[in-house]
Design a binder for this molecule. Structure first.
Ligand code: ZN
Ligand code: ZN
Length: 279
């Protein structure tokens, strides 16, 4: 995307993400403030903490540069795995791939995150992973709070009206079948359930990738003996930083990433080193 231009393919999903996050947040605060009793304070603190982490990680994700922009690519030590990018007109290191949405090469590129309008790569993977972690926890929590609304609908009898309200809230609103308040609750309840399933599936998938030190592209290309799996602990450090066990607390907890996103140790290198040490 050129500087100063608004690419609808990027701006629209980001705006939709902002609308969904703020509508769920506002609805959950409304439910807690109007319905809960003694546990109101606990629920408010928990919600605030989860929302703080989701939004904080999203902001840090967007702010952190994972591209080759401003990175000194040491042409003198080019070796195995380096490639030439015709779009960027430069040699790029292993695991670096061009993104046609971002229009630049991204270091250890995982994939382009449509909902946040940016690529997941070497420097911002931690924030992407923590957004998923707190996202599915927050949406699971919101789904439990919304369960009361589902129960009320069930008490009324789970007829066609409530079925269509949950399935197609927009259609029911446009055709004048429901009130605006009923539409908002049904829409947010749907968003929570779908969002939870989406975040949980992605979080589970990325937990497996993280454990094996692999990117999505490498994983689907097939695992080989030459991959970058250095053992789960080293992999966690490479992806989440040296203080990987603390990153879930807050996006502002410092955790230095040991690698530079240009040179990567392969599993074969480590195995050969130990073999030669044994001789
Ligand atoms: Zn490129
Ligand atoms: Zn991208």
């Amino acid at each position: 995307m050129k500087k100063g231009t608004w690419d609808p393919a990027v701006v629209f999903p980001v705006c939709m993400t902002c609308v969904l996050v703020s509508s769920v947040t506002l609805e959950v605060f409304y439910l807690i403030l109007t319905n809960s009793g003694n546990e109101q304070m606990v629920l408010l603190v928990l919600t605030t903490y989860l929302v703080f982490n989701v939004i904080g990680n999203m902001i840090k994700f967007v702010q952190t540069n994972s591209t080759i922009k401003g990175v000194f690519l040491e042409h003198g030590i080019m070796g195995q795995g380096w490639a030439y990018c015709y779009s960027c007109q430069t040699h790029v290191p292993p695991r670096c791939h061009h993104c046609f949405d971002c229009n630049i090469c991204v270091l250890r590129r995982d994939h382009h995150c449509t909902l946040l309008g940016k690529c997941v790569g070497h420097s911002n993977y931690r924030y992407f992973f923590c957004t998923l972690l707190h996202g599915w926890l927050a949406l699971l929590f919101a789904t439990f709070l919304n369960a009361e609304i589902f129960m009320e609908l069930l008490h009324e009898g789970f007829g066609f009206h409530s079925f269509f309200l949950l399935l197609m809230p927009w259609m029911m609103l446009v055709t004048g079948q429901v009130t605006v308040a009923a539409f908002i609750f049904a829409f947010v309840a749907d968003t929570c359930v779908i969002g939870f399933l989406f975040c949980f599936a992605f979080f589970t998938m990325h937990s497996v990738l993280l454990y094996h030190g692999s990117t999505t592209k490498e994983w689907f290309a097939g695992h080989t003996k030459e991959d970058y799996d250095l053992g789960w602990k080293r992999n966690f450090k490479e992806y989440l930083g040296e203080r990987w066990y603390l990153v879930w607390i807050s996006p502002w907890v410092y955790s230095r990433i040991p690698g530079n996103g240009i040179n990567f140790q392969r599993r074969l290198d480590t195995e050969n080193f130990f073999k030669s040490a044994d001789l």
